[in-house]
Design a protein around this ligand. Structure first.
Ligand code: 9MR
Ligand code: ZN
Length: 536
């Protein structure tokens, strides 16, 4: 634990750089690894900060632009070391993107690509329908969702969408990025190779009639064993309208992305999307999802499917330019309680991203209104961040299960606002959210494994525990602080006495799934924000 908090990955040379300390100190120096003083700075008193419970001083060292590895020091202590340079986020981006490779299901992870984190092929059995075991389907692939081994359609579609939009909006960042995955060197950028792994799984989740199974899991979460040892019967859980709508949206988006590289594959995705859309039209009522008796894997239930249907319509229009989809999208939009949300449940923000990238005509008044939503949300985040000693754009309610998701989604929205406006006025605030994730937070911790001198290391992630290797697989993003942990251990351990500030409701322990699990949709927005940061 360090006394001075910095982004433990580092900073791009031209960006703002602000460290935090929570005790009074005369001033600080920035030193290189030889101990040479490169800069002397002063702490500026920020004052008491509500959500961390800390009294905060900030120290600006933006003046240092020379590439190198540095550390901050003062008479009260020091910071983690960090990089300044164009490549400050190189390892981080590589690791958070490669996390998806480590989560691949249905194949072995070989030494050549996985290093020490190998395992044999997993979840290769034949799945049966939960309600009718006579219906059997051999579905293979996808990413494990999280600390558990399930494959779920709605979160899978959302993570895919974040990654594919990162590539679509910031292609230069990924052009030459080689990920050392089995497909590296073919004609696709590696980020799309990784996406294809999930896409190939998701298309198998569609039923003959166009509807889409909600999830592909065992009846209960496996014990903490390696994935290939989780050999319990696999099930296809009932179809839901959310899964069908998200499936439709992601296949339509996939069509746009893959048609540049593989027309046949893209056409297959569009056909699947159309079939799902047809089912949605014929089944306009909400078909939600609740775990049936005897099933205990993740629920991913929702109260309605309005945002999912709107995302689907928006992606279908953007993919095809057919007027009927736009008409549907506009009608769906009217029924929504619109939130610019990019999560596994409310996906309305992804519909906005579809229309923002649409080549076909969309009414100017409507586009103006949608863009205004983005810019106003970003302005709100700036004002929240200005009121926080850590420059964090989060309110108390955001500190729930997986709080690093709103943190990074706010970063995504700040990036989108800059795309909409083209003035760059939200860049600092967007980067601040990344800095929070990477160490400028009340725990002084990096929430990405293997990245930073003081990074968390014990996620609730089955293989990371079962492999017997103490150093965790790198690039895994923790769910992060949760002011109302629901797992037994957090309670049993008496971790957070009444009044613990939300930003401090965190503990690095494998047992604490409501504080320290990982998921694909907590990693994917980090990839997006990093791409925005690097796209200059
Ligand atoms: O990420 C989900 C979080 O927003 C919910 O509050 C929580 C409880 O319903 O579930 C989380 O999702 C979990 C999923 O159900 C199963 N795989 C692991 C997910 C992360 O903990
Ligand atoms: Zn598996």
């Amino acid at each position: 634990m360090f006394e001075i908090y910095v982004n433990q990955a580092g900073y791009l040379p031209e960006d703002r750089k602000v460290a935090v300390i929570c005790q009074e100190s005369a001033g600080f120096t920035v030193q290189d690894m030889q101990g040479n003083v490169c800069y002397e700075g002063k702490w500026n008193y920020f004052g008491p900060d509500a959500l961390s419970g800390d009294t905060v001083w900030q120290g600006d060292f933006s003046a240092i632009k020379k590439p190198g590895r540095y550390v901050l020091r003062c008479e009260k202590g020091e910071s983690a070391t960090f990089l300044i340079g164009e490549n400050a986020y190189g390892k981080l981006l590589y690791d958070v993107l490669r996390a998806f490779y480590y989560l691949r299901c249905g194949c072995a992870l070989e030494k050549e690509h996985a290093g020490v984190y190998t395992h044999a092929a997993c979840h290769t059995g034949i799945a049966v329908e939960w309600d009718n075991p006579l219906v059997k389907k051999h579905i293979l692939g996808g990413w494990h969702d999280a600390g558990d081994y399930g494959r779920y359609v709605t979160p899978g579609a959302v993570a895919l969408s974040h990654l594919m939009y990162a590539h679509m909006l910031y292609p230069a960042v990924f052009e030459k990025l080689k990920m050392n995955i089995p497909e590296s060197g073919n004609n696709l950028p590696d980020i799309l190779n990784e996406c294809k792994w999930e896409m190939d799984w998701i298309v198998q989740m569609q039923r003959e009639d166009g509807a889409v199974y909600h999830k592909h899991t065992t009846a209960h979460h496996a014990p903490f064993v390696m994935p290939e040892e989780d050999t319990a019967q696999l099930f296809l859980l009932p179809v839901s309208s959310m899964a069908t709508a998200d499936f439709c949206a992601i296949c339509a988006q996939g069509y746009r992305v893959f048609k540049e590289y593989d027309k046949e594959y893209a056409a297959k995705l569009l056909a699947a999307a159309k079939k799902a859309y047809q089912w949605l039209k014929e089944n306009p009522e909400f078909l939600g999802f609740k775990n049936p008796d005897g099933c205990g894997t993740g629920g991913y239930g929702q109260r309605d499917d309005l945002s999912n249907r709107w995302w689907a319509a928006a992606e279908m229009y953007t993919a095809t330019g057919e007027a009927e989809y736009l008409k549907d999208a506009m009608a769906q939009f009217e029924t929504l309680h619109f939130h610019l949300s990019l999560g596994w449940g409310d996906v309305a923000g992804l519909g906005v991203m579809a229309l923002m990238t649409c080549q076909y005509p969309v009414s100017e008044a409507w586009m103006t209104a949608l863009k205004k939503e983005v810019v106003e949300a970003a302005e709100k985040f700036v004002s929240i961040a200005d009121g926080c000693g850590y420059n964090c754009a989060m309110v108390e309610q955001n500190y729930g299960w997986g709080s690093n998701m709103p943190l990074m989604q706010h970063g995504m929205i700040l990036a989108l606002a800059d795309l909409v406006e083209g003035k760059g006025r939200f860049r600092n605030c967007m980067l601040d959210q990344l800095h929070v994730l990477m160490g400028v937070n009340a725990m002084g911790i990096s929430y990405v494994t293997g990245n930073g001198d003081y990074a968390y290391n014990y996620p609730h992630l089955r293989p990371a525990d079962a492999d017997g290797i103490d150093v965790c697989i790198p690039g895994m993003v923790s769910g992060g602080p949760n002011r109302r942990p629901t797992d037994g251990y957090a309670k049993e351990l008496g971790l957070f006495p009444e009044g613990t500030p939300p930003m401090k409701c965190y503990y690095d322990d494998v047992r604490c799934y409501s504080l320290n699990e990982i998921t694909i949709y907590w990693n994917s927005p980090v990839v997006f924000v990093l791409a925005a940061a690097l796209n200059k």
